[in-house]
Design a binder for this molecule. Sequence first.
Ligand code: SD4
Length: 316
Amino acid sequence: KVRKPIVVSTWDFGVAANKAAWEVLKKGGRALDAVENGVHVPESDPSNQTVGYGGFPDRDGRVTLDACIMDELGNCGSVAALEHIVHPISVARKVMEKTPHVMLVGDGALQFALENGFKKENLLTPESEKAWKEWLKKAEYKPVINIENKSYQGDGKGTTAFNPLRLPGNQYNHDTIGMIALDAAGNLSGACTTSGMAFKLHGRVGDSPIIGAGLYVDNEVGAATATGVGEEVIRVVGSFLVVELMRQGYSPEAACKEAVMRIVKKKPAKAKEIQIGFLALNKKGEHGAFCLQKGFSYAVATADNQEQLIQGKHYF
Ligand code: SD4
């Protein structure tokens, strides 16, 4: 029996996002609408400093956002390095629906957004500006994405690189939101949205807006999304890999594990120092995740339980 509808999303903040997605799913709505609605929650939440409004800026103090969306027909849309727009996911959806293209970047993406009625806003909150100014004092260019292992937080021993996400008060700022839903009609869609690595080079684009890396949906098989150091996810085309492994018969968790192992095999030393997590959902409504380091959680919402939070199994 297929377990549907169901929505899964990355990190603890996925719980609140799933609730918004559920509002669509419970009425028999489309998975595509559900994931867009769901990720709007962290995108507009200023206390979430890794997605949308209030995200940490790049090295130059500019908040630049990456997002993509994909539906059950294989349609997809994406924006990268988009500034001034609170909901990049909705711009990505417009790219999918209103243009013959998949991806728009930078100024072109902003121009397109403004032409389509999105409002130009300042996304840099005083809190994120403060963290950036703090970073500027040393301006060490070693962007590291947080390892959520609680024992690392604040002890300064986990890595020599400056990590804003370990500053006091930022204990619970996790990363990208990747969300996948299976609707009552049995169709899959996914969305992925982030402000990317804190204090990155201006113009740096991670895995999140790249179809196949940060997100992939194949309505015959399943869908997957990724979080963590995007460069390593891009190298293995992570989300596509997870979906193709599910096609070969791997369970969602086994597929995610195999993708993580691919990264470990290629870069064993590096893998120890970074976090990467994959999350997958198949056509039967089975879900699973796997990550490098302890601390990756994902949220699941079904008819019986709207607030389930699951700790992903980890390699180290
Ligand atoms: C990126 N994957 O830009 C995103 C950021 C992220 O956990 O997910 N951090 O590389």
